[in-house]
Design a binder for this molecule. Structure first.
Ligand code: ADP
Length: 497
């Protein structure tokens, strides 16, 4: 049952608009329209899966599971590495399609974001082999742990980094021996379709990797309630996570959620203010549609004016425009509905008495889906614009008097995920990163040398009021940095985002 529009021509690339189930392209009677954010015009008519396609994909993944599991980590790693090589060989095509579909800056896609997909497959291929088995002695007993795959895993991804996030979430499942059914977001479904072509070319057995296209509430919901599924991994909104978590609970299936961010970017008076302000203005990149973005600027009161002057200078330097142009630094928002959502946040802030100190309007003069980089001085920390994820080019600005207040503000929303601290003092960075006095640090802080000599650290912070995950990145001045030559760590946070 093939749809009439099985292939779309996007940015000079032929992209299948069908599902990929059991190693074959499968169409649907129904389709949905995928828009390009660059001009808000239709890009493709994509197969709109439902109960039938979900059931077919789960059946294919179940059938493929035993042989894939039996291959062992080393056998599976060969497939994953072949796929990584093919991603590297197709960066330009993948980036061109992703840019047309999602409007992330083309140069970022080509230089970092798409190649990161290849790195994900290689990294998890290695990790799975290293984790497969563990043997140790305790109290005279020999213990042996063998890690076993669970079965078919449903992976549901968001629209803001569709290719990178899909590889990041499917690679560990595949490396571990699970088979996968990926449901990409309906606003940017195309690069994952190209990934299917590469999976086939890499020689994956049919049914190991499946993609079902469609609307979240339809085929996404059908997949998550299917009793044949053994794992669910999701990145998206907390509201959707409640639906998916409930469906998972009904089948007693483990569910992993990564649910948005409202990250603080803290700047202390002893920091390199120029670097901090440049970084703060950089949070408008990708039109702020990044869950790791530091959207709450928290700045020590003593340097408020100086910081804002620098911030304005860097923000004035932004160029809104076509993501394919080298000069562009801020791209359009993904979809008219999302633009309306972002605008709604700003208009409610205005009505609430929060002060819009820059931006706060659409930029139809640039294109249909542009919104001006916006800075809001909230009336209070309880303002909606401070507490809720906007996911657009909208930052809030607040000041703090001392370190304790900085930490309290940083931890005062229910969204965690990421924090960035600018200070000249390594000890302060350490304290703030650990959540202030009494904070209980978990995980390891692994220094990572940056080309400019500063140091980035990744680690987890468990000092959270409502238990959501907060990752922290600490940025120090070069003179505070340990010898970069001694460290070769990997940041807990994707260094490219
Ligand atoms: P966002 O706000 O980032 O669009 P959503 O949570 O709406 O986030 O969507 C993230 C992903 O979840 C998308 O792939 C979407 O299709 C999917 N999705 C939305 N609703 C459901 C649902 N009820 N069940 C399963 N998946 C869903």
């Amino acid at each position: 049952m093939l749809s009439r529009h099985a292939v779309a021509h996007v940015a000079g690339v032929d992209v299948s608009t069908e599902h990929f189930i059991g190693g074959e392209r499968v169409g649907s009677d129904a389709t949905f329209v995928d828009l390009s954010p660059i001009d808000a015009q239709p890009l493709a008519e994509v197969a709109r899966g439902g109960d039938r396609e979900a059931a077919l994909a789960v059946a294919a993944a179940r059938e493929a599971f035993p042989a894939w599991a039996a291959l062992g980590a080393a056998g599976r790693a060969q497939h994953l590495r072949r796929l990584a090589d093919l991603i590297d060989a197709n960066v330009e095509r993948l980036a061109a399609v992703e840019c047309a579909d999602m409007a992330m800056l083309l140069r970022s896609l080509e230089a970092r974001v798409i190649p990161r997909g290849a790195r994900n497959f290689r990294a998890y291929a290695d990790l799975a082999a290293a984790y497969e088995e563990r043997v140790w002695e305790s109290n005279g007993t020999r213990n042996r742990v063998i890690r076993m795959p669970s079965g078919p895993a449903v992976v549901i991804t968001p629209w803001n980094a569709p290719f990178m996030l899909s590889t990041w979430k499917t690679a560990p499942a595949l490396a571990a021996g699970c088979t996968v059914i990926l449901k990409p977001a309906e606003w940017s479904p195309l690069s994952c379709s190209l990934l299917c072509d590469l999976v086939a070319e890499a020689g994956f057995p049919p049914g190991v990797f499946n993609v079902v296209q469609g609307i979240g509430e339809e085929v996404g919901a059908a997949l998550t309630r299917d009793p044949g599924v053994r794992r669910i991994s999701f990145t998206g909104s907390p509201e959707t996570a409640v639906h998916i978590g409930t469906a998972a609970a009904r089948n007693i299936v483990p569910f992993t959620g990564e649910l948005g961010g409202k990250g603080p970017l803290l700047v202390f008076a002893d920091a390199d203010l120029e670097a901090a302000a440049r970084r703060a203005a950089g949070q408008y990149d990708d039109a702020g549609q990044v869950c790791l973005a530091g959207t709450r600027l928290l700045v020590e009161g003593a340097i408020e004016d100086e910081f804002l002057e620098l911030f304005d200078r860097f923000t004035d330097g932004h160029v809104l425009g076509d993501p394919r142009d080298d000069a562009t630094t801020v791209s359009p928002l993904i979809h008219p509905d999302h633009l309306a959502r972002v605008e709604g946040f700003v208009e409610r802030a205005r009505a609430n008495g929060d002060e819009i100190v820059r931006g706060g309007r659409r930029r139809e003069d640039v294109g249909p889906l542009f919104y001006d980089p916006t800075l809001v001085l909230p009336r209070s920390n309880d303002s909606e614009i401070v507490q809720h994820e906007v996911f657009g080019p909208v930052l809030t600005f607040q000041t703090f008097a001392d370190e304790d207040e900085a930490v309290a503000l940083a931890n005062s929303t229910s969204y965690g995920l990421s924090g960035v601290v600018y200070t000249g003092s390594e000890r302060r960075a350490e304290r703030v990163g650990r959540g202030g006095s009494g904070g209980h640090a978990v995980g390891q802080h692994v220094p990572r040398a940056r080309p400019d000599g500063a140091v980035r650290r990744g680690g987890d912070l468990r000092h959270r009021p409502r238990g959501r995950r907060l990752r922290t990145r600490l940025l120090l001045r070069p003179e505070d940095a340990p010898d970069p030559g001694r460290h070769d760590g990997v940041s807990a946070v994707d260094p490219s985002r």
